[in-house]
Design a protein around this ligand. Structure first.
Ligand code: CMC
Length: 432
């Protein structure tokens, strides 16, 4: 629980004699917060479109210092986790608050592996989607549909139910993600292999066919694991806030996570990795970069450099640093270090980082700038990029949902500054 500071903020309002005293709380890191929850009783709402200055909840999972470019999960820096840990260990950490002992880790990994299959009936859902359906459209549907299969564990007030659901979601997301890809290819689904690691199994389900085994390269499996790890959680971002908001109504976790998937889909959020590759394709070659930089700076042109800028980071996104390094490893392993897309991305980054517009607005590459290049090199089609982000983000969504449900919480219900018509009388149709 946050500490209440002895100091208060005092809000003086024109024409109101008594100033309003607002308590201030401190967290363990980061800015103090001013508690405005009692303002409504005084006849005022606060106004903060886009939640730019609003802390909507208390949380002990992830901390970001956007000015310094710091990202901590349960206190551990992301670069250390990327180097020394792995995705499933991070899932455990996010869900439980502490790193697991060796035995606890083994048990957790084994539990996840034992939940990877989806009910056979779910396979028939896929047939309802056209082959050219976007895999994110499929994911919104099938993840929400999981709630129809697990009535045995939908009591959100039961801690054990919440735990099983967390395990099921983390285990089944790669299976559903690979199924959505196989559907688009008109290929049979590949069952999960529980003798494989999490990322290895995912790549196997994506690329094996019943006619041909797919030998997963350890470097690519490690890169895939790292991509999942780097996306695992990011504090109160749009999709996580959506999961919290949906969950705050008492909606079941599968439905809440499906809402998060829908929010992630947009190009300002998880859809940016797909948008980066589409943008690089559109630019076409290094010579055209200055023209696109000009477009990005033109106030009358909606074009933005995708994979650049972040609401919170006003410095290099620490995930982008790790991603850039992974990108080199993968391209080297695949012998495509001279990939023209990578050359273009590097040049775009170089120019943007020197350009006054980007420097002044503190726009740096974000996690999505390099992830798409890695995924493309692995052979993952562009439409699957956001699905992979969703798969990686699942433990974050479920850890935040669980954190909220496990303590006293209120339904999320923002208010508004109403600018519509004042009250007026209905006009009969013949008099309009
Ligand atoms: N290219 C050109 N100009 C930009 C860009 C960009 N990528 N990003 C921000 N700006 C400008 C923007 O025009 C605005 O200028 P001005 O102050 O003159 O109006 C200023 O920088 C601030 O931008 P904003 O839109 O007010 O900032 P925001 O915090 O609301 O938006 C963002 C953050 C991530 C939506 C935005 O930077 C963006 O659209 N980036 C491209 C999409 C992208 O890469 N998204 C992935 C984010 S990281 C993954 C994730 O968390 O999902």
């Amino acid at each position: 629980m946050a500490d209440q500071k002895s100091k208060h903020a005092t809000l003086a309002i024109d024409g109101v004699d008594t100033p309003i005293e607002l308590p201030i709380y401190s967290g363990s890191l980061g800015p103090d917060v001013i508690d405005v929850s009692k303002l409504t009783g005084q006849g005022y709402f606060t106004y903060d479109p886009g939640f730019v200055s609003t802390a909507a909840c208390e949380s002990g999972i992830t901390y970001i210092d956007g000015d310094q470019g710091i990202l901590l999960h349960r206190g551990y820096p992301i670069d250390q986790l990327a180097e020394k840990s792995d995705y499933l260990e991070l899932c455990y950490l996010l869900l439980n608050g502490e790193l697991p002992s060796g035995t606890a880790k083994e048990e957790f990994v084994s539990t996840i592996k034992n939940h990877t299959m989806v009910n056979e009936q779910l396979r028939t859902f896929f047939q309802g989607f056209r082959p050219d359906a976007h895999p994110m459209a499929i994911m919104c549907g099938v993840v929400g549909a999981l709630s129809a299969f697990y009535h045995d564990s939908l009591d959100i007030d039961d801690e054990e139910h919440r735990k099983i659901t967390a395990h099921r979601l983390i285990a089944k997301m790669p299976t559903l993600a690979a199924m959505s890809y196989k559907h688009s290819q008109g290929q049979p689904f590949i069952y999960p292999r529980n003798d494989m690691g999490y990322a290895e199994n995912f790549l196997h389900m994506m690329f094996a066919t019943p006619c041909e085994e797919y030998k997963v390269s350890p470097t690519l499996a490690r890169a895939m694991d790292r991509i999942f790890l780097l996306h695992a959680d990011h504090e109160q971002n749009a999709s996580t806030s959506t999961v919290r908001l949906a969950g705050s109504t008492g909606a079941n976790p599968f439905a809440s996570v499906a809402a998060g998937i829908a929010a992630l889909w947009g190009p300002s959020h998880g859809g940016a990795n797909e948008a980066v590759l589409n943008m690089l394709d559109e630019i076409g070659n290094v010579d055209k970069i200055p023209e696109y930089i000009r477009k990005a700076k033109d106030k009358n042109d909606p074009f933005r450099i995708m994979g650049f800028g972040h609401r919170v980071y006003k410095n290099y996104d620490p995930r982008a640093t790790v991603m850039q390094q992974t990108c080199h490893e993968v391209l080297e392993e695949l012998g495509v270090e001279n990939d023209p897309i990578l050359a273009m991305a590097r040049e775009l980054e170089r120019i943007a980082l020197e350009d006054e517009y980007f420097v002044e607005k503190r726009l740096y590459p974000n996690v999505d700038f390099y992830s798409g290049i890695i995924l493309k090199a692995i052979g993952i089609p562009v439409e699957m990029f956001t699905v992979i982000f969703a798969t990686g983000r699942t433990p974050g969504w479920i850890a935040h949902w669980n954190e909220m449900i496990g303590s006293p919480y209120k339904i999320g219900r923002p208010r508004q500054l109403y600018t519509g018509s004042p009250k007026r009388d209905f006009v009969e149709v013949d008099k309009r």
